[in-house]
Unconditional design. Structure first.
Length: 117
C-alpha cells in the first residue's frame, strides 16, 4: 500500500488546515489508519487514529478537541481536520496504515504544517 499525504502549508495561529491521506491504487487494506507528526529535533509522536471497521477514533491529549480524523471509503481517503492550530503543532505530518497485531506497516511521505504566531 502506498500512502500519499497532502494538505500541509503555512497558517497563522488559530487557523485551520485539512490534511488528506490517500491510498494509491487500492483500498488501505488495513485495520486502522493514523496520523503522526515529527517536529524539528523531536521524536515522532502519535496524533490521531481511526479504526476502519468501527470508525472508532483516538486522539493524543494535545490535539483532542481541536483535531478530527475521519475517513471516506468511496475515496479511499483519511482526513485530519485541524482547527485552532498552535505554533507547537508545527511539524511534518505523516499518515500510516496498519493491521491488528502488526502495528503500523505503511507510511506516507509526510506533509509539512507550519503554524506562525
Amino acid at each position: 500500500v502506498q500512502l500519499q499525504a497532502s494538505g500541509g502549508g503555512l497558517v497563522q495561529a488559530g487557523g485551520s488546515l485539512r490534511l488528506s491521506c490517500a491510498a494509491s491504487g487500492r483500498s488501505f487494506g488495513s485495520d486502522f489508519v493514523g496520523w503522526f507528526r515529527q517536529a524539528p529535533r523531536k521524536e515522532r509522536e502519535f496524533v490521531a487514529a481511526i479504526r476502519w471497521s468501527s470508525n472508532y477514533t483516538n486522539y493524543a491529549d494535545s490535539v483532542r478537541g481541536r483535531f478530527t480524523i475521519s475517513r471516506d471509503n468511496a475515496k479511499n481517503a483519511v482526513y485530519l481536520q485541524m482547527n485552532g492550530l498552535k505554533p507547537e503543532d508545527t511539524a511534518v505530518y505523516y499518515c500510516s496504515a496498519g493491521r491488528a497485531g502488526k502495528g503500523y506497516e505503511y507510511w506516507g511521505q509526510g506533509t509539512l504544517v507550519t503554524v506562525s504566531s
